[in-house]
Design a protein. Structure first.
Lengths: 446, 485
């Protein structure tokens, strides 16, 4: 354009585009294409991310079970015959393991399945190490079962589970010290005979974490509960504090350098990296105040501090959106400043405040870095009690559970971690959907 | 008495105060509310606030200070021989664990004080019983530690008792004080409203307190670190090699290099894609495309970073290793600077795009119209008019994205690796400041050792870096705004 005079010297025809016009048009097309490509790359990345997580994780909701009829022998499980759980506790999982082993061998013989010369130990190797413990828990919970023959669904070990989900093949089993191709062949024969079934496993959502060697039994129960406790604390603390701060700054504060400092402060806090909040929590809550490590109360407090700026910013926007005429009308009929705020402005701003709060909570739910530093990576098997005591007991959180599972060696844990991500994303999706509905439903145009 | 019960009692007293205060005001004027200065409920509220707020404040402050007080008192009673061999912190940790274990035993078996004291007779047996309730001790229990634990429990119990009494006295005092002041001419509304303003100011100071807490904890612990480790080594050494037994090299530079390298790759991905996406969505796209594509892109910003971390670890890392790094002979590690940078770049696309979008939209339409009127094509308008006008804002957006990249933790923890080295090969595993903060603070080393404390110095470095970038971005964006409003 700037040097147009040189080129425009000899226009040939108005109907035929000259080379310069053509190159400008081509440049225009190219630029447009780059833009489309950029949007496309972004969307593609989103699709790729989601499909990769879904593809890896959906398997975690299904689990392979081995169905065995087991006769619960009184002579083994309850020698005294009193059915007293305290006495029966003396029989350890080893005793139950022998029972399970006998049952599975009998069943294989009854179904006429060729065991390929596997030893008893290798046949037991098809089952999860959790199976005898499961059986023991079930018997201790209901001693009346003793003497009966019950249908017992034992978890298959993670390799057998992987075989039926396609993660493990006969070739990979050759190189695997935990499973042999023969074992897989027996498992296939058992599946053909209807002894092995892969089906929906809700225990993934309710069970607690399991040790390194038994990924098939690991569940999200403690993590979901821990996250719920923390969200409760965040909600209870950050909503009132955030609203109070916003009301003061937006409605009451004089404009001076103090309030200016508070505002700059809040803007900066929103940009502090989350790991720094973790350091704060470690130094202040755990080392200085002596609160217990890996407790939901510490996690809740640090997430509250992180969420506050988000809620304050959203609340101030909502308060700002209420027109001044509402305040003036309230003042005009004799309300005090406080009454105009609490009786009129705040109720009208409530939908906006709630939307902002839910979005802040959603952010807090997905946050993991600060929780790593306050010891939430610990292995927690026991469910925390109901609040308030439960808030001080060790727990873990959904995103941290994901991290923990990825650090373990067995590839079955990667599937579990992706499954946990799906659960996390579903929670986030629900919260965001609620926020959007709230906004649509109650948004007012003045 | 437990804290929850105490809170409930205080709130109950305050609720009773509300009813009584209201009643007292009304009965003073024989039920004729018009004779009162304020509405009857304001008299009630004044009693409620004076009862609940000071008492709860006393309770919270006490809970803050009690552990420190307990700690110093017990530490002073420990025999000198005990603290001479190992550090006081470790001894106190044992005392605390023993005291907790005793609590569990008492709760489970209903022991009384005499029975607990009698446990001292057979310490090895006690050690076994402790293991039974999940408190295992490595070495044999020391009588001195046992005595300290008993003293710890007694002092803790008496302090909690004192807290209960103090809070209840304050609540009752406030209750009576406010109730006595209830009088028809009392300006109850003004009193209550002033009280509320004070509460509002107090809660807005929490944000300031948070900043103060962050800076104080970083600076104090960093100072501890620099007392036992030379600052010149930390700031100028190029080796990072922590040892469990001491004698570590804790040089900052390999970590800073890794951080900068990962962030650089992330920005090389995010800045052009985000900027072009913003240009396309604001200048070219039809309203319909914009209405669907923009929220979809913003989903990327709403996905937690742990998800990106898993994506890097499970999907992107192996793909890059098998398709690029191994064929090119550049390395065989699936966690690499490239993996982390690429995934982080994807995460940052929406940060750049939505900020730039706002800024591009803020450029006055008249400027575009002027450019079109001179015969410029749309792309020429964007390149020569809109972008130069929006440049300061876009630079601000990129700087904000850079500060996010530097502070990002989970993606680099899971995608970049843990080896601290100075290398230019992007397919090699390197590490960042945030990764090392996590690994130094989640290890089993003693808290007072330089290997742990270095995390606070790293945190301070990180905090200064991101704060600097944010302030710079803010200054640039503000300057831009002044030109166009």
């Amino acid at each position: 354009m700037t040097d147009a005079s040189q080129h425009a010297a000899a226009p040939k025809s108005l109907l035929v585009a000259d080379s310069r016009t053509r190159s400008r048009k081509a440049a225009e097309m190219r630029f447009r294409l780059y833009g489309m490509m950029a949007v496309g790359v972004g969307l593609l990345a989103l699709v790729f991310l989601l499909t990769s997580v879904l593809g890896n994780g959906l398997g975690a909701f299904r689990q392979t079970f081995v169905q065995i009829p087991i006769t619960l022998d009184e002579k083994v499980l309850d020698k005294s015959g009193t059915r007293d759980p305290a006495v029966m506790k003396k029989v350890t999982t080893i005793g139950y393991g022998k029972l399970v082993q006998k049952a599975i061998e009998d069943e294989l013989a009854a179904k006429g399945i060729d065991t390929q010369g596997l030893k008893s130990k290798e046949i037991m190797g098809l089952l999860s190490k959790e199976a005898p413990a499961d059986l023991r828990d079930r018997v201790l919970a209901d001693p009346g079962l003793i003497g009966q023959t019950i249908a017992f669904d034992a978890y298959a070990t993670s390799r057998v589970d992987g075989y039926f989900k396609g993660r493990v093949t006969l070739e990979t089993a050759e190189r695997d010290s935990n499973i042999s191709p023969e074992q897989l062949k027996v498992a296939q024969a058992m599946a053909d005979a209807g002894m092995i079934e892969t089906r929906l496993n809700l225990a993934f959502l309710t069970a607690s974490d399991a040790s390194e060697l038994r990924p098939e039994a690991a569940g999200l129960g403690v993590a979901i509960l821990g996250s719920a406790y923390m969200m409760l604390i965040v909600l209870v603390l950050s909503l009132p504090i955030g609203v109070a701060t916003s009301i003061y700054l937006e409605e009451l504060a004089p404009k001076n350098k103090w309030t200016d400092m508070i505002e700059v402060n809040i803007a900066n806090l929103a940009a502090v990296p989350s790991i720094v909040y973790g350091i704060l929590a470690l130094a202040l809550f755990i080392n200085f105040m002596g609160l217990p490590q890996s407790a939901p109360v510490v996690g809740g407090l640090v997430l509250t501090l992180m969420t506050l700026p988000t809620i304050i910013i959203a609340t101030r926007a909502a308060l700002k959106a209420v027109p001044p005429s509402i305040r003036d009308a309230a003042l005009g009929v004799g309300a005090s400043k406080m009454q105009s705020i609490f009786h009129h402005v705040l109720p009208l701003a409530m939908p906006g405040i709630l939307t902002g709060t839910i979005l802040g909570l959603a952010r807090a739910l997905g946050e993991s870095a600060p929780l790593l530093l306050i010891g939430m990576v610990a292995f927690v098997k026991d469910f925390p009690a109901a609040p308030p005591e439960g808030l001080m007991q060790p727990a873990t959180a959904l995103p941290v559970q994901v991290y923990q599972w990825t650090q373990r060696a067995d590839p079955a844990f990667v599937e579990r971690a992706s499954g946990a991500i799906i659960v996390l994303l579903l929670f986030l999706l629900t919260m965001n959907a609620v926020a959007i509905v709230l906004r649509r439903r109650f948004e007012r145009r003045w | 008495m437990s804290v929850g019960l105490l809170t409930l009692i205080i709130l109950g007293l305050a609720a009773a105060g509300f009813l009584l205060g209201r009643q007292r005001a009304l009965s003073a004027v024989k039920g004729d509310a018009r004779a009162l200065h304020s509405l009857p409920s304001f008299y009630g509220w004044s009693v409620f606030l004076f009862t609940a707020v000071p008492a709860l404040l006393v309770m919270v402050a006490w809970l803050f200070l009690q552990p420190t007080l307990l700690e110093t008192r017990i530490t002073n009673t420990l025999p000198a021989a005990e603290t001479a061999t190992s550090s006081t912190d470790l001894v106190m940790a044992d005392v605390r664990r023993l005291a907790d274990g005793l609590d569990v035993l008492v709760a489970r078996e209903g022991l009384d004080t005499a029975a607990v004291a009698a446990l001292a007779a057979d310490l090895p047996a006690l050690s076994d019983r402790m293991a039974g309730v999940g408190v295992a001790f490595g070495a044999d229990l020391d009588p001195a530690i046992f005595n300290a634990a008993i003293a710890y429990r007694d002092l803790g119990a008496s302090l909690t008792g004192m807290m209960t009494i103090a809070a209840l006295i304050v609540a009752a005092g406030g209750f009576l004080f406010a109730l006595m002041r209830v009088h028809p001419e009392q300006r109850a509304r003004n009193l209550v409203e002033q009280f509320i303003v004070v509460l509002l100011i107090a809660s807005s100071l929490i944000a300031v307190a948070t900043t103060f807490g962050i800076i104080a904890s970083l600076v104090v612990e960093s100072w501890h670190f620099f007392r036992i480790y030379p600052a010149s080594e930390f700031f100028f050494s190029t080796t990072w090699n922590p040892q469990f037994r001491g004698g570590s090299d804790l040089g900052l530079w390999p970590l800073v290099w890794g951080t900068i390298y990962v962030s650089f790759i992330a920005l090389v991905v995010a800045a052009p894609i985000g900027l072009m996406a913003a240009i396309y969505l604001s200048e070219y796209a039809s309203p319909k495309v914009r209405a669907t594509a923009k929220p979809l892109l913003e989903i990327l910003a709403g996905i937690p970073s742990i998800v990106y971390g898993l994506f890097a670890l499970v999907t992107v890392g192996p793909i890059l290793r098998d398709w690029l790094a191994m064929p090119l002979g550049l390395g065989n590690s699936s966690s690499s600077v490239m993996t982390a940078g690429l995934v982080m770049g994807i995460m940052l696309i929406p940060y750049v795009s939505s900020l730039s979008d706002d800024i591009i939209n803020a450029v006055p339409q008249a400027m575009r119209d002027g450019s079109f009127g001179l015969g410029a094509t749309q792309s020429e308008t964007v390149k020569r008019v809109v972008l130069p006008a929006a440049l300061p804002g876009i630079v601000g957006a990129v700087l904000l994205a850079a500060s996010r990249a530097i502070g990002e933790t989970m993606i680099v923890v899971m995608g970049a690796g843990a080896a601290a080295k100075l290398s230019v090969n992007p397919f090699e595993a390197m590490t960042t400041v945030t990764v090392k903060i996590v690994s130094q603070l989640t290890g089993d080393t003693e808290f007072a050792s330089p290997e742990t404390l270095v995390a606070f110095a790293l945190g301070l470095t990180l905090f200064c870096f991101t704060l600097g970038l944010n302030v710079l971005a803010l200054v640039i964006v503000r300057k831009y705004r002044e030109q166009y409003e």
